[in-house]
Design a protein around this ligand. Structure first.
Ligand code: GLU
Length: 478
């Protein structure tokens, strides 16, 4: 049997093909079009670290796709599958993602070829600090020039090491903390960053379901509650998205796909319980009360309302696109659908909420964290109690009026509680993220519905993003 994936373009080519499909509908000069498409630079570093009595050599990358705005922004991925093509594709997606959600950054991405599970904490710290040292030395980590963040295989812990490494090498830089985002809150991070990408997926779906015409385009009807959802990947993004959708929006998680197979349960899986099981047992196999399917990828094809690929790129390809039955796919991962699969799904009428929008919650909250670091003050610190005092004035005045006039009004206790509570940092972060996801969706759908030649949300997203990048280049005189 021939492997249909072999005929697929690479990830970077796939992103470029999607870009090309959009620019054909735009009026850009060929020179500018090419300038935006190409990746500006990719730095490859091979460094040695003495571990377990011998020198281990690691290969890492930091790619800068576009510097139309600086700093450039994008995560650092730790995986054995990391290679230059992938890092460049991801860097390009960062450029478009930031433009779409109006985060004032260019696009970048980094990666280290490593299986983080092979090393203990101390070893990973040594490796991370050494990698960071190589990048910092070349201003490839810098608060004004290049600001990494977590991605697959990295998290708060790695970001804290990177921030500390930068501070050690730049002892007088007052903005040192802004050199990386996704730090733990006690090390200069922001509340709500860890779950931000999953939250963004939830807010994106909520916004989608506010538009009955869009819901109908996906051959669905009604509200988000009750929808049957299959999620691939219970990592940071998939776990939070599935958790919030099931616990807060009434969705039923009917399938969870992991490395060692998939779990299926038409009555809905409990995400917390599955997560706890995978942490204890290293996979989903054996989870009580659900059916385990050995060929996890086959569950991508399962009958459901919403499919959330939240793991790797290229999982929906020419070989399986035809068999995907979900009418709505939201790309929580970067690049889960290849260009070839995208064309097949489009013809089938599947609606795809594209990655550059769907998973932009992470970089959006990264933007808030970066601003917080530069302003050296927690969001809400100045206003919170002032807001509460003003609300209290109003409540007390209402109560006084009611008593004076003998009206007998009493404000409901939970209304009073909610009304009197000033917004803390987490509430402000959520508000900013929600606003960002709504606004960006509306800018995409305006193009999707406003133009006869645009058939899908992905092309619309590219058009919005590319025109913003083009505008910045033009204003620079290019
Ligand atoms: N790695 C995440 C992404 O792909 C977050 C990037 C960031 O926060 O800068 O969007």
């Amino acid at each position: 049997m021939t492997n249909p994936q072999l005929q697929e373009p690479s990830f970077r080519e796939s992103v470029d093909l999607m870009f090309n499909r959009a620019v054909r509908l735009m009026d850009l000069s060929p020179g500018l079009e090419n300038k935006i498409r190409v990746c500006n630079s990719t730095y490859t570093v091979r460094f040695g670290v003495r571990l377990r009595g011998k020198i281990e050599t690691f290969t890492g990358y930091r790619s800068v796709h576009s510097e139309h705005m600086e700093p450039v922004k994008g995560g650092i991925r730790y995986a054995l599958t990391v290679h230059q093509d992938e890092v460049e594709a991801l860097a390009a997606l960062m450029t478009y993602k930031c433009a779409l959600v109006e985060a004032p950054f260019g696009g970048s991405k980094g990666g280290l070829c490593i299986d983080p599970r092979q090393w203990d904490d101390h070893e990973l710290e040594q490796i991370t600090r050494r990698f960071a040292y190589e990048l910092i030395k070349r201003d490839l980590i810098h608060p004004a020039q290049n600001v990494p963040a977590p991605d697959m295989g990295t998290g708060e812990r790695e970001m804290a090491w990177i921030a500390d490494q930068y501070a050690r090498m730049n002892t007088t830089d007052i903005n040192a903390k802004a050199c990386v985002t996704g730090k733990p809150p006690h090390a200069g991070g922001i509340q709500g960053r860890v779950e931000a990408t999953g939250r963004g997926v939830q807010y994106a779906l909520r916004e989608f379901f506010r538009h009955p015409g869009d819901v109908a385009a996906a051959h669905l009807s009604g509200i988000l509650a009750g929808k049957r959802v299959v999620v691939q990947g219970l990592g940071n993004v998939g776990y939070h998205a599935a958790k919030f959708l099931s616990e807060e929006d009434g969705c039923k998680i009917t399938g969870i796909i992991e490395r060692d197979g998939a779990l299926v349960d038409e009555d809905g899986l409990n995400v917390e319980e599955v997560k706890a099981w995978t942490q204890a047992h290293g996979g989903v196999k054996g989870f009580p009360g659900a059916t385990w399917v050995e060929d996890g990828a086959s569950v991508l094809e399962a009958d459901c309302d919403i499919l959330i690929p939240a793991a790797m790129e290229g999982v929906i390809h020419r070989g399986n696109a035809d068999r995907i039955s979900a009418p709505l796919i939201i790309e929580a991962a970067n690049g889960p659908i290849t260009f070839g699969a995208d064309e097949i799904l489009r013809k089938k009428g599947t609606v795809i909420i594209p990655d550059m929008y769907a998973n932009a919650g992470g970089v959006t909250v990264s933007y808030f964290e970066w601003v917080k670091n530069l302003s050296h003050i927690r969001f809400g610190r100045m206003q919170r109690r002032a807001e509460e005092a003003r609300s209290r004035l109003l409540v007390e005045e209402l109560e006084r009026l009611s008593a004076d006039k003998g009206l007998g009004w009493t404000l409901a206790a939970d209304f009073k509680d909610k009304f009197l509570r000033g917004d803390d940092e987490l509430a402000l972060v959520r508000s900013g993220l929600d606003d960002t996801m709504r606004t960006a969706y509306q800018s995409m759908r305006e193009v999707w519905h406003g133009r006869d030649d645009v058939e899908d949300l992905r092309t619309a997203a590219y058009i919005v993003a590319i025109s913003r990048v083009a505008q910045t280049y033009r204003s620079k005189g290019l």
